[in-house]
Ligand binder design. Structure first.
Ligand code: NI
Length: 174
């Protein structure tokens, strides 16, 4: 397993629409292993393949709370079959949007069809944080970030701030 670099906003790659996976093979499993390792290293709870620059419809997540007890989840080609009209609001952050947190409204529950790590078809009824996390990660597959749900003004202020931070990162001091 290899820890990969997580792309951060602003970055055009993050805005790409990811492509469906034809078959879950060894290459995809290797990618999922790397994604999980990268997510754990960054202390995140979810990661989409595009966040490490791979435009495939693959997501990994782990919402386990207990230290040392891992509960990885893998979603390949996820599709939302149903979602509730009832809305939940969570304060969201994202490994690709450094140091920004904002409240986002999303359907409270959703039913997702997907392929698992072995390529088997599964259906999951998600609620609570799990439902929010799946929807956040699935947005990545469409090139959408949670800051896109904020007002234009708020979003442009955030992007300005992120661009400044990024320029500082690129500086080399000798
Ligand atoms: Ni994210």
């Amino acid at each position: 397993m290899t820890v990969k670099t997580i792309l951060t906003e602003p970055n055009k790659i993050l805005r790409q629409v990811s492509l469906p996976v034809e078959k879950v093979g060894n290459e995809e499993r290797q990618l999922m292993d790397d994604m999980l390792e990268t997510m754990y290293e960054a202390k995140g709870i979810g990661l989409a393949a595009i966040q490490i620059g791979v435009p495939k419809r693959i997501i990994v997540m782990d919402l386990s709370k207990e230290e040392g007890k891992k509960e990885p989840r893998y979603f390949v080609n996820p599709i939302i079959k149903n979602k509730s009209e009832k809305i939940s609001t969570y304060e969201e952050g994202c490994l690709s949007v450094v140091s920004v947190f904002a409240e986002v409204d999303r359907p409270s529950t959703c039913e997702v069809e997907y392929l698992d790590y072995n390529g088997d078809k599964k259906i999951l009824k998600a609620s609570g944080l799990l439902a929010t996390c799946i929807q956040h990660e699935m947005d990545h597959l469409e090139g959408i970030l949670f800051i896109d749900y904020l007002s234009k003004l708020k979003k442009s202020m955030i992007i300005k701030k992120l661009s400044k931070l990024k320029n500082k990162e690129d500086r080399v001091v000798l």
